[in-house]
Design a protein around this ligand. Structure first.
Ligand SMILES: Cc1cc2nc3c(=O)[nH]c(=O)nc-3n(C[C@H](O)[C@H](O)[C@H](O)COP(=O)(O)OP(=O)(O)OC[C@H]3O[C@@H](n4cnc5c(N)ncnc54)[C@H](O)[C@@H]3O)c2cc1C
Length: 399
């Protein structure tokens, strides 16, 4: 098999790249020939829900399950900050609906991407072509030769000054009585017992007064056992939210590394990393999906211009520096996480804050955001000053 582009992995980044390529043609006017190597359903990470924010009327809206125009944050003492998102919407995109939407698009393409159901192994870089080798479930060998290879397989984070984990478990709940406000997402609710190291909060995505995805999240050094997550969720839903006799229809659990590591974007002359493996996860928030859209759009722009398709850096240098300071300040305990996030949301209109969290804010807006969390200014300055002196170490558990 010989193609223009080989994509390894059909997750958020791989599929987004296939979608972006399907909408454009190569510089000579031909459709791009593309192959995507992925082990297929059952072998991959399973169904997930990706949330992100953008104006109403986005390109994936037909697959968006729910969207909200209000966000709220609840402080440890129960004080609530909530506001309208203006033209932005907070959107919930289930991965299976995203795949279905894109399958429909690909069916209309002059040259749909070739889906190769196999586990990719070694990628051999070359002068004119790179070769992806893989194995099918039946043991058959697969070889895909491509001008360019984009690899989204999960990769261990490189050495970092700070590595925390955003780890969570969520219940898709059906309550027996009206308890949720389906008009607003609770982004962070700090009425959860706080861990000794790090920060915890509840996250609620309600689509009716009785139906919601309720998650318990920690930013801390290690994930919990399933029983510990369930105990934290039971406490949050019953004691904090007052949900009675809820039935759990589904669950979601995950771990997202929050690290100031610098992820390589290029691993060979013709081989690049994309997605979380290519540094698309925003270190201080764990949000990745929106950065993946910018990253894949940038790759396709370069390909269509006949240039080397080095993925653009998903996050600006100054945002990565601010995130490095925040992660370290949380990790050292210098910063009180709940107070910091409460002050951020109380002191800024949500659209400004969301632009800041997305990395699309202007410097002037960033200064206003940073100064709005007054209790954090000194600990953050002190932490930022020591960062250049700190060594980068492999994340715990990394070979
Ligand atoms: C449960 C969960 C919820 C999340 N929610 C959000 C959210 O709401 N908003 C947000 O912005 N971010 C979220 N994230 C973070 C991030 O957006 C996701 O992790 C996202 O899926 C990352 O996209 P990706 O393409 O880099 O990796 P993935 O989506 O994990 O895709 C990697 C792909 O590589 C494939 N693969 C692995 N090994 C091989 C191999 N050897 N050969 C071929 N293929 C292989 C896998 O099958 C998979 O399809 C969430 C993460 C998790 C775990």
């Amino acid at each position: 098999m010989d193609v223009d582009v080989a994509v390894i992995g059909a997750g958020a980044a791989g599929l987004s790249l296939l979608a972006a390529l399907s909408e454009r043609t190569a510089p000579d006017g031909r459709p791009w020939s593309v192959a995507c190597v992925d082990p297929g359903p059952g072998a991959g990470p399973g169904r997930r829900t990706w949330c992100f924010w953008e104006p109403a009327g986005g390109r994936y809206d037909r697959a968006v399950a729910h969207s909200w125009r209000r966000l709220r944050v609840v402080g440890p003492g129960g004080a609530e900050v909530g506001a309208d998102l203006g033209s932005l919407r907070y959107k919930m995109l289930p991965s299976d609906r995203f795949e279905e939407l894109l399958d429909g698009w690909f069916a209309q393409c002059a040259l749909p991407p070739l889906r190769v159901t196999a586990v990719a192994g070694e990628v051999a870089d070359g002068h004119d072509r790179a070769v992806v080798r893989g194995r099918t479930a039946g043991g058959g060998e697969v070889r895909v030769r491509a001008r360019w290879v984009f690899d989204s397989r999960p990769a261990a984070p490189p050495p970092a000054r700070t590595t925390l984990l955003q780890h969570f478990r969520g219940w898709f709940l059906r309550a027996e009585h009206d308890v949720f406000d389906p008009g607003a997402v609770t982004l962070m609710d700090f009425r959860t017992p706080q861990p000794a190291h790090g920060v915890s909060f509840g996250y609620v995505l309600p689509w009716t007064a009785r139906d919601a995805l309720v998650e318990y999240t920690e930013f801390s050094p290690a994930p919990l056992s399933r029983a510990a997550y369930d105990a934290a969720l039971a406490h949050y839903t019953r004691a904090v939210l007052g949900v009675r006799a809820a039935g759990v229809t589904d669950t979601e659990q995950g771990v997202i590394p929050m690290t100031d590591a610098v992820f390589p974007r290029r691993t060979g002359k013709r081989v690049f990393r994309i997605g979380a493996a290519g540094g698309a996860t925003r270190p201080a928030t764990g949000y990745t999906f929106a950065a993946v859209q910018r990253q894949t759009a940038g790759i396709v722009r370069r390909l269509c211009a006949g240039r080397t398709p080095l993925p653009p850096r998903p996050h600006r240098r100054r945002h990565r520096m601010m995130d490095a300071a925040l992660l370290r300040a949380l990790d050292t305990g210098r910063l009180d996480g709940p107070v910091y996030f409460e002050q951020l949301f109380a002191g800024n209109p949500p659209p400004r804050l969301l632009r800041f969290l997305d990395g699309t804010s202007a410097v002037r807006e960033e200064a206003a955001v940073v100064l709005s969390a007054r209790s954090a200014v000194l600990p953050m300055l002190r932490t930022a000053a020591e960062l250049p002196l700190l060594p980068r170490r492999p994340a715990p558990g990394t070979p």
